[in-house]
Ligand binder design. Structure first.
Ligand code: AMP
Ligand code: MG
Length: 264
């Protein structure tokens, strides 16, 4: 369910899980069916070319952003996919407005795009780490809504998922990463510091969800302590999104058809 800005958003541990027991085998089988459907829908979406899809992934470290890209976006034909990741801005990027680097990598029509982090870092990390004065980051909620509105008016279907993990689950995942030589090289000092700023991030996420969940670019809070649940929910939302475009294959060019008569 998209976030309704009038909702009281709860980002506690409970919201990181779904109620009741999960039949993992059945859930994964259902997800596989959704992923197969995504691949099928993408073919017509790409050929139709009226829209782009942009999935924005935000979440704390180890919330599963990379996992969603690997598993859910892995279902698509890579030819029609565009992935962009956002780290700390470069000196050149800092000399531009915060949306400059983002706009350049918005997927063109026909493509399904995904952002691993996004312009929302400019009201999250920037706010919590005090990288800009409050007057600067606070003005950005409106800037973001207007920017996303412009993209939507140009055929970009925006869906935004906040991968919500509990503090305990994040602890276990970070611990496993720190012990894994294939993963611990990725750690930055800020990753560990950010965990100490847990509550400040919770406030920043809550305000982001309240200010920037719009009819043209809704936020979804995805319970993400369980990877199988997370993947299932996102795959389902994307199937609904692609189906809503009612994409069709364009008819064959008549001149080509005529020229192909007798082609054997
Ligand atoms: P990762 O996604 O683990 O590769 O980490 C990327 C890092 O870049 C995270 O610590 C983000 O908070 C940081 N980051 C991304 N965008 C910005 C931004 N606009 N300003 C400051 N830090 C950012
Ligand atoms: Mg990281």
């Amino acid at each position: 369910m998209p976030v309704d800005p009038s909702d009281k958003i709860k980002l506690g541990s409970k919201a990181a899980r779904i109620d009741g027991p999960v039949d993992k085998t059945a859930l994964e089988a259902a997800t596989d069916a959704l992923l197969a459907r995504l691949s099928e829908l993408q073919a017509a979406f790409h050929a139709d070319g009226r829209h782009a899809v942009l999935l924005v992934l935000q979440g704390r470290d180890a919330s599963g952003k990379d996992g969603v890209i690997k598993t859910v976006y892995g279902a698509f034909n890579p030819t029609g996919v565009q992935v962009a990741a956002f780290g700390p801005p470069t000196p050149l990027e800092l000399r531009h407005d915060f949306l400059w680097r983002v706009h350049q990598v918005v997927p063109p029509r026909g493509m399904v795009g995904v952002f691993n982090r996004s312009h929302y870092e400019d009201v999250l990390a920037v706010r919590v780490r005090a990288l800009a004065p409050e007057s600067v980051w606070r003005a950005r909620y409106d800037h973001i809504n207007t920017f996303e509105r412009m993209l939507a008016d140009n055929g970009v279907i925006i869906r935004k998922c906040m991968l919500h993990v509990s503090r305990e689950e994040q602890h276990d995942r970070l611990k496993a990463r720190l012990d894994d030589p294939t993963k611990n090289w990725k750690f930055r000092l800020d990753d560990l510091k950010d965990r100490d700023r847990w509550d400040a991030y919770t406030d920043a996420y809550r305000e982001m969800l309240e200010r920037c969940s719009t009819p043209w670019a809704p936020w979804y809070v995805v319970p993400s302590d369980d990877k199988a649940v997370r993947n299932h929910l996102i795959a389902r939302m994307l199937v609904d999104t692609l189906e809503s475009t009612k994409s069709t294959f364009p008819p064959m060019d008549e001149a080509v058809r005529a020229a192909a008569t007798g082609f054997a």
